[in-house]
Design a protein around this ligand. Sequence first.
Ligand SMILES: CC(C)(COP(=O)(O)OP(=O)(O)OC[C@H]1O[C@@H](n2cnc3c(N)ncnc32)[C@H](O)[C@@H]1OP(=O)(O)O)[C@@H](O)C(=O)NCCC(=O)NCCS
Length: 170
Amino acid sequence: MSLSEDSERLEGDLKGKKVCESRTAMTELVLPNDANTHGNVLGGKVMHLMDLAAAIAAFRHCRNPVVTVSVDSVRFLHPVKVGAVMMFEAVITRAFGTSMEIQVEVRSEDLITGEQMRTCSAYLTFVAIDEQGKPTSVPPILPETQEEKQRFEGALLRREHRLRLSSGEE
Ligand SMILES: CC(C)(COP(=O)(O)OP(=O)(O)OC[C@H]1O[C@@H](n2cnc3c(N)ncnc32)[C@H](O)[C@@H]1OP(=O)(O)O)[C@@H](O)C(=O)NCCC(=O)NCCS
């Protein structure tokens, strides 16, 4: 089966939805309770919020409960201090049969200077589940902008890579 035949099969017969319909933005102030002993936000706190933002985007896309099935690598590019603000933006890149790949971008802002920095980004995959906890079909996406089309194209290769990794082939 070719890649395009495979993706047509995976995307099924459900009516497509636009990326903007599920785009999710969250803003969070870093409080002392979220920090390590150096006064920087804990990586686990950032990952928790990434998971939440991505889950909301996935839920909005399929209008069905979802679970996280995998998170690709996350690299923290700089420390974020207590008192800074973190912004999370989650967008769906592509939907397959029952799974959806979501990209989350995180930026931080120094509230005094207004300086913003890119903190990290990651791809997370969610699966829609039915009442029995079994995977259920999700609608495909209709990429509109050039950026959305690029993310859509890249998603197929990323999916193949992560499925190979998780099956122990790589
Ligand atoms: C996610 C879950 C419902 C999948 O159930 P399953 O019976 O293993 O389902 P399948 O093997 O048919 O896979 C379902 C989808 O997940 C995808 N998937 C499986 N492993 C994956 C991985 N490592 N990365 C990305 N997608 C993956 C499959 O490709 C399939 O998607 P598709 O229909 O779009 O092709 C089940 O494993 C589960 O409930 N896991 C726990 C989820 C959870 O609780 N997460 C919170 C943290 S514990």
